[in-house]
Each structure stands twice: as C-alpha cells, then as structure tokens.
Write a protein that binds this ligand. Sequence first.
Ligand code: NIG
Ligand code: FE
Length: 415
Amino acid sequence: MSKLLIKNIKTLVQVREVGILKVSGAEMKELPCIENAWLAVDNGLIADYGSMDDFPGIEDWKGLEIIDCEGKIIMPCYADSHTHIVYAGNREGEFVDRINGLSYEEIFERGGGILNSAKKLSEATEDELFEQAMVRLKEVISQGTGSIEIKSGYGLSLESELKMLRVIKRIKDLNLLPVRATFLGAHALPLEFKNNKEGYINLIVNEMLPKIAKEKLADFIDVFCEQNYFTPDETEYILRAGTEHCLIPKVHAEQMSHFGGIQAGVACGAISVDHLEFCNDTDIEVLKNSETMATVLPGAAFFLGLPLPPARKMIDAGLPIAFASDFNPGSCPSGNMNFMMSLGCVQYKLTPEEVINACTINSAYAMNLSHEVGSITPGKKANFFITKPISSYSFIPYSFGSNLIESVYLNGVKQ
Ligand code: NIG
Ligand code: FE
C-alpha cells in the first residue's frame, strides 16, 4: 500500500493520543486540533502528524504521494454505531400515512412498520439485499462514514435473520471499512407468533442464537425494549442468552415511552443503550455508574417528531454521549452523519466540539472500535475525510444540507 503525505491542512481535527477510548461530560467540549498541519499515512494506517512548522524531510519518504490540502480540513471519518441498512425496498407509503395523521405505533398495529419491512425482506434474495445495502453504504461513505454497525431484525424467522446476517457478513468481508454485526431477532413479534410471544423468544434463544454463534455471524445482540415489543425482563433474558454465546448487549431503549430498557441494558453490561427519548434522572444516575454508552439517534427523533432525548443534561451530568444515524426505512431513511451533527447543535444545543466527539470517538466506542477508528491517532486506520475549502469545522453542522466533503479515504485509499 502506498504512502501518503498530506500537507498544508488548514485544521487537522480530533487528534488524540493512543489509549483514549471515549470522552465524557466536560471533556466533550474539548476537541484537540492542529492548525496548519501535515498527516502521514503508511500501509493503510495513520503513521504520524504534526505542524507544518515541523514538516518532515521528504528524503525520508520514498514512493510518496503528496497531497496539498490548502484551505481544507481533515476529520476522522464518522463512526455510525447504529444502523439497519440491510432492508428491502422502502416505506415511503407509511411516510405519507404519517403526514396524513397516522402515528408510527398505529401503522405498526395495522401490520405495517417493522412487519412491513419483514414481509418485503422475506421476498428478497440475498443478492438483492446485498446490492441494495451496498448502494446505501456507498452513499454514507461519500457522506463521511468510515465504520458502521449493521443490525438484523427485519427477518424475524430463522431463515430470514440468517439471510440478513449473511448479507452483513458479505459487507464485512469486503474489508472496505470496519463493520460490526448485530443480531436483533427481538425487533418485533412476527405475525405467526402474535399470540405466542414465549414461543418466539424460545426460537430466538434456542434456535437462532446457537446457529448465529456457530457461523460467527454477529458481534452484538440487541432488543427493542418497548410497549408492544419486548419487556425489560424479556430484554434481560434475551441479552443474557446472547452473552452466553459471547455476543455483547445493546438495547433500543426508552424510544416511545419510559419502559426500563436503559436499566435492563446496564444490568446486562450493554456496550450502548440507544434512542433515550424518555430517559429520566434515575436512568442518568444508572448510566453514570456504568461503562455503557448513551447513544442518541437524532435523525429518528427528528423524522418521527419524538420528544428530544436529554443529551445536554446527560453531558452536564458527566456522561459520555454518542450519536448514530439509525439509518432504516421506518424511522430514519438517512445515514448522513453531517445532518446528525446539525441536529445535535440546533435541536440539542450541543457545541460543534461535542457533536464531533459524539459522532467519532464516542460512537466508535459504542461499537467496540475506538481502539481502531474515531480519532487521528498513530496506528489507527487511515479512515478520514477531506472537506472542501471551509472556514472552520463548525461550518459543517452550520451548513446543514450542504455537502462539504470533497474526498473520503478508507485504509488510506481514496474512495
Ligand atoms: O431504531 N425502534 C425500533 N427500530 C428501528 C425502527 C425500525 C423500523 O421502523 O423499521 C429504530 O427506530
Ligand atoms: Fe434502530
């Protein structure tokens, strides 16, 4: 792999020492940067960086490609720790139904929502799902994403859950960017088990999980803990069954109501609890005594018109916060992390520094990848983007809806 030397970088953003895996509370306001910087990449990894005042002697570097970044900013790629990008078709019909007055819950109760996506997915081939997911993946890479978590959960049968997870494995095996796979069999109760929830939970625990673990198809296990979906007790039972197969827990928690998902997740050692619209003060205390990353999905709250998670309050209480897109056909049909940053600043009153930390180092932590990506650090993957000429990093969340990314590098290779 070629060596790269990038010079005259207006600002090299999120430069961290080795060993920093997340930033919490007041630390989130700090964003270490080098003005007028250079960055060296070797063998797909970040090799070194510094100020242009100490520009390295070129004779040290043979077979170098040199890039001039005058006026442009470099940031580590976004780490998107919560997506559902493997799905069939779309749900724009339900989008119009919601505009005309139906709620997300009412659509689900009519057999739409997740069940609508499950029906579409059961009719799609593995190849079709792979092709559709790759279109979405390429789009989010062009928008700056350089590591991603992808969930199953539109299968809801052994066969279809395996189909989804095999698609995720195909994406992972491309080695284009770090991918983490999450088994979300407990996303909704499929129609066939409408009156037999216990039967479906047994299917998850006794049939799906052993098969998934044997084929090494998942890193994490997730449950949608919510009224009409899975209770906190069921959530804990399923998560613990996952940990017995070495899967790390995550939870869809407190999205539509305060239901106990955060506490269930923390009790099981979840690496993240996600959504958090109805997170209360007790939950904040519970999170403070844990290693669990509180993950806000601003696009889903925006698209469904939900109350906003108390992100400001959580940071002020000393917690770390991560942002992810939740890219999925029902509650957030976008994986654009630039837009998530704008929502974070405008709606949640977080500073640009806080949202950049939330979308890089902390979201990398939420998928157990912050030793590999999420900051400009020697030895980490050279997954970064170069902006168009812009005045400062704050211009990215400020210019919501604009595309300010000029090029994206994954493993040091321009995409
Ligand atoms: O993260 N909350 C549950 N699951 C997804 C939405 C799934 C869907 O509507 O397809 C979410 O918002
Ligand atoms: Fe989700």
